[in-house]
Design a protein around this ligand. Structure first.
Ligand code: CA
Length: 322
């Protein structure tokens, strides 16, 4: 099993060399609002396709602090730059000002990002407030891409997408975040993996920091594994085809497994791997699929749906205080 992918899983050393093409300070932005969208302030208040609700808001709620809702908490009324930093702030604002919130596409502007970006907000799972950073459900979007695409992001926030390493870095650098991964197999079984700490480092390595697993899908990041194991992904760097930062000196795991991920070697997880339907024929050389090994205890099983999303760790406390 291990050898057929050309990866030496027996032993390895974590490399300590610098990447060859460190890129920092890139302007994020593939996932900008689509053409024809309105004022980002209003847009940020309204899920896509819910224009009929605009009248209820009275228009500009956030623009100058002269809110139509003078009793709103200052943090909601004024905001950092009149934008939401994440879907948790969207949740708080909606519930506070309108009394409800729905899942959907919103514009957010995390700290140190110049222009708003479009994201999908999950406002139902465990109280909502989740900013989706990766989502797959039908295989319509190609995920076997080079590092530039993984840094900038690709896809559409209303469909399958990857938010982008630079965006995820800035998002998770502005506060302490947790990660929730929801997975579904081809029989409709849904499981989740939750990590109480999650962040992605700056350009260059895009190092994964993850820990505190709980859930039903198993610890696909292998944080319970020995730190010298390929399976242990906390602290791993991000690799894509032609951008090899894994720990194998003899191969590119990203190339072999057909995705972009925090590979050291052959991991338990490969959620950006090639998309297979349950009827597709698999062979030894067509990649690892959309893998979360512990879900099925089967390295050859490719999942149907994935959703990776983040939320500030103090979100529940914030909710209780509102
Ligand atoms: Ca390598």
């Amino acid at each position: 099993m291990l050898e057929k992918h050309g990866v030496d899983c027996e032993s390895f050393q974590v490399l300590d060399e610098k990447p060859t093409d460190v890129v920092v300070g890139r302007t994020p932005g593939l996932l900008k609002p689509s053409q024809g969208e309105e004022d980002p302030i209003q847009e940020s208040l309204l899920p896509a396709g819910e224009d009929d609700r605009k009248d209820r808001t009275g228009g500009m709620l956030y623009g100058n602090g002269q809110s139509d809702y003078p009793d709103a908490p200052p943090s909601v009324k004024l905001g950092r730059t009149n934008y939401f930093e994440d879907c948790a702030q969207v949740h708080t604002a909606y519930v506070t000002l309108l009394g409800y919130v729905s899942s959907g596409v919103f514009s957010i502007t995390p700290v140190n990002i110049d222009s708003p970006m479009s994201v999908y907000c999950d406002q139902t799972t465990d109280g909502g407030g989740w900013t989706v950073i990766q989502r797959r459900f039908d295989g319509s979007l190609e995920f076997f891409r080079i590092i530039d695409a993984y840094r900038e992001g690709f896809g559409d926030s209303s469909g399958e997408y990857w938010l982008g390493l630079d965006n995820i870095h800035r998002l998770t650098a502005q506060d302490a975040y947790e990660l929730y991964i929801e997975l579904e197999d081809w029989e409709g079984n849904v499981k989740y993996a939750r990590y109480s700490t999650f962040s992605v480092g700056a350009g260059g390595y895009h190092t994964l920091r993850v820990g505190g697993y709980s859930g039903t899908a198993g610890d696909g990041f292998g944080t319970d594994q020995p730190t010298t194991s390929y399976r242990y992904q906390n602290g791993a760097k991000f690799s894509t085809r032609y951008f090899d930062q894994d720990a194998s000196s003899v191969s590119s795991v990203a190339e072999l497994h057909g995705g972009g991920w925090w590979y050291r070697g052959m991991a338990y997880s490969n959620l950006n791997g090639p998309y297979f339907r349950d009827t597709d024929l698999r062979s030894n050389n067509n990649g690892m699929g959309v893998l979360w090994y512990q879900f099925t205890d089967d390295f050859s099983y490719s999942l149907k749906k994935t959703k990776m999303m983040v939320r500030p760790t103090d979100f529940s406390t914030r909710l209780a205080n509102n």
